[in-house]
Design a protein around this ligand. Structure first.
Ligand code: ZN
Length: 225
């Protein structure tokens, strides 16, 4: 049972195409689990379509249209053809992981990008490269009964639970739950005792460890590319 959903404004921005790629992936991931938000988004999409169709068309001169199309062509010529690396889904290295993440995520999580790194004895992280510079997208895995270091954030952190359960000071979260932690909030996620927990996370700025920053901080940071 999903109890935590994206805020309405987040869904509206998603529907309007106003989110950048990593946050949009976090919403798409939640929608794989959540009928309620999927319905809300299709409602928003329909509303957006109606608003557009209500707009009265205006006449434009043929030369303006031609100039605009020329400019678009020129811009397209300047754009590199593949700014987002999409590895072959068949190259997914970790077959166990393949069962844990929604199908559509596989195209971002190929052998070339999935690189699990230990943060502690019970926590590991695998950055996902989507050509995003503003946000860091990653999978986090907490082993059964494991806990992450206590940490706070310089920016916003979005977490979507893909598999298993974890809890922190504010509650317990299950598959599909969508959480936002704002800058300055301190928390310590702990996985359930009986199974490991895998989450998709989006960070708008590097997280900073509280207290033991100097020991662990270099391992928490990874560079988006
Ligand atoms: Zn939802």
């Amino acid at each position: 049972m999903i109890k935590n959903h994206p805020p309405t404004q987040f869904l509206a921005d998603y529907s309007a195409g106003a989110l950048s790629l990593a946050p949009a992936i976090s919403v798409t991931t939640h929608l794989q689990f959540c009928d309620q938000c999927r319905e809300a988004v299709s409602g928003l999409n329909a509303l957006g379509g109606e608003l557009l169709s209500d707009c009265e068309g205006i006449e434009i001169s043929s030369s303006l249209l031609a100039d605009t199309l020329d400019q678009l062509d020129a811009q397209l010529d300047d754009t590199p053809s593949s700014t987002v690396a999409v590895p072959d889904a068949n190259t997914l290295a970790d077959t166990e992981l393949a069962n844990e993440i929604p199908d559509y995520l596989h195209k971002f999580v190929g052998r070339s990008t999935l690189n699990w790194r230990s943060l502690s004895s019970s926590v590991s992280v695998a950055p996902i490269t989507v050509g995003e510079t503003e946000y860091e997208l990653a999978l986090h895995r907490i082993e059964a009964g494991g806990r992450t270091p206590i940490h706070d954030h310089q920016g916003t952190e979005v977490t979507v639970v893909l598999k298993g359960t974890f809890s922190d000071e504010q509650g317990m979260y299950h598959e599909g739950d969508f959480l936002i932690r704002e800058a300055g909030e301190v928390h310590q996620p702990i996985a359930a005792q009986n199974e490991s927990c895998v989450c998709l996370s989006v960070l708008s700025a590097p997280i900073k460890l509280t207290g033991i920053k100097q020991v662990l901080n270099p391992f928490m940071r990874f560079n988006p590319s």
